[in-house]
Ligand binder design. Structure first.
Ligand code: HEM
Length: 413
């Protein structure tokens, strides 16, 4: 029989701990009982920050749902009602709206950090794969949420993206009608999108619990990418990293709240303040900024090949651009995790990051030259990096000398 490990002066706490050892669980997860590599840099703040924003998104989302009406005739005005009439409604909406953008900024940095330091490599492959699934569901959730205010961009964005399903051979058109719940994006679409937008964040929350569970099994990687060899390489999570994470939350809040209070529509599209009009297509339909790289990949395919339509090619490429990330632990074949010791991988990695940003820029441009050809080149590099350059370079490059242990490297500094 297992016994609780923690003893408290307070008898009530002891009573609870004896029956449900929840305090030991907390202590072993984020407390002084959780040994953590002593050399973690600020790049390791982004996971906890993403968790913080997830909580804010769920809390503000639940409050918004109390005043929002998912009906085509009322959705737009119910959002205006939240902005104008509901006490603090404007703040709750702006926190949620800008929180979406913040979430993607944090998670994108979190993902690139993982690639750079080889955090996806053995034994953290499953932790990584759960992360990719989280990212995929985050993308769907954000897309569904953007439809809810039922402005022009909501409506036409939803029409463009859902119509992609019609590219699926044979059953594409039927699938699209099934998804819409009718013959166009309409009230049934809005209703089901609201329902799913409410549900999916909780799915993400469940996956985050699995993600952190998997993390705790083998503990955090670190900037050197070498394994912890003993207590000399670690410090307790609390107070060292609780304080460091809290400091990160403070800095992040300054950044986040700047947008909420001073530039709340910075990330948004003015067209979405015009009510949805199925009879008037806006001249330039653009998705939210965090989808732009994927949008550029979608539009990079313009020629039908062997009967496969350009549209289908684009859709498959766009989905693969996310799902392929799940194979990174095997595509990166280096015996050394951290790119700090892999000079050639490092060059290609930063080129890849710059290319992703450039794809984002291209996704926001109108589909004409030179953007179309640049989009094709940029898309080619995206996949070439993942499928050819990284597998090849990681297996053939000369690596620098890796320190023998974390404590040896730290005491040398
Ligand atoms: C809701 C989104 C997410 C949350 C709340 C979250 C949370 C966390 C937390 C708290 C950590 C530990 C602290 C840290 O290393 O920064 C972590 C580590 C990690 N996460 Fe995430 N994560 C999310 C999304 C993702 C995604 C999309 C990926 C990859 C595709 C990913 C991959 C990883 C990896 C590989 C680690 C281990 C890092 C290391 O030890 O070096 N995470 N995550």
């Amino acid at each position: 029989m297992s016994h609780p490990t923690k003893q408290f002066k307070n008898p009530v706490l002891n009573w609870i701990e004896y029956r449900l050892p929840i305090f030991s669980l907390i202590d072993n997860s984020v407390g002084s009982g959780y040994p953590t590599p002593k050399n973690l840099s600020y790049w390791w703040n982004f996971g906890s920050l993403a968790g913080f924003v997830l909580v804010i998104m769920i809390a503000t989302g639940i409050l918004l749902a109390m005043q929002y009406t998912p009906h085509e005739t009322m959705a737009f005005s119910s959002v205006e009602h939240i902005m104008r009439d509901v006490n603090w409604g404007w703040l709750i909406r702006y926190l949620h709206m800008n929180g979406g953008s913040m979430f993607f900024i944090l998670v994108y940095i979190h993902v690139f950090r993982g690639v750079y330091y080889g955090s996806h490599k053995k034994p953290r492959e499953l932790l990584w794969i759960i992360g990719v699934i989280i990212l995929f569901i985050m993308i769907i959730t954000a897309f569904l949420g953007y439809v809810l205010p039922w402005g022009q961009m909501s409506y036409w964005g939803a029409t463009v993206i859902t119509s992609m399903l019609s590219a699926v051979p044979v059953v594409g058109d039927d699938l699209t009608i099934w998804l819409w719940g009718g013959f166009t994006v309409d009230n049934p679409t809005l209703n089901r999108f609201f329902s799913l937008h409410y549900l999916l964040p909780f799915t993400i929350l469940g996956l985050v619990i699995l993600h952190v569970w998997a993390l705790h099994e083998h503990k955090s990687n670190n900037p050197l990418g070498i394994d912890v060899q003993g207590p000399q390489d670690t410090i307790p999570f609390h107070p060292y990293y609780t304080v460091k994470d809290l400091f990160g939350v403070g800095v992040f809040l300054i950044f986040y709240l700047y947008f909420v209070f001073f530039a709340p529509n910075f990330f948004g599209e003015p067209d979405n303040y015009i009510p949805a009009n199925p009879l008037l297509t806006p001249p330039h339909i653009v998705p939210e900024w965090y989808f732009l790289p994927f949008y550029a990949i979608l539009r990079a395919f313009t020629v039908d090949i062997w009967g496969i339509t350009a549209k289908l090619q684009g859709v498959v490429a766009m989905v693969m651009a996310v799902l392929l990330l799940a194979a990174l632990p095997w595509l990166d074949g280096s015996r050394v995790r951290s790119m700090s010791f892999r000079p050639r991988s490092r060059i290609f990695f930063w080129t890849f990051v710059a290319n992703c940003i450039f794809l984002g820029y291209l996704g926001g441009q109108v589909a004409e030259e030179p953007y179309v050809i640049l989009g094709k080149i940029s898309t080619a590099y995206y996949f070439a990096y993942l499928l050819i350059i990284l597998p090849f370079v990681s297996r053939t490059e000369d690596v620098d000398e890796v320190p023998e242990s974390i404590s040896a490297a730290v005491s040398k500094q």
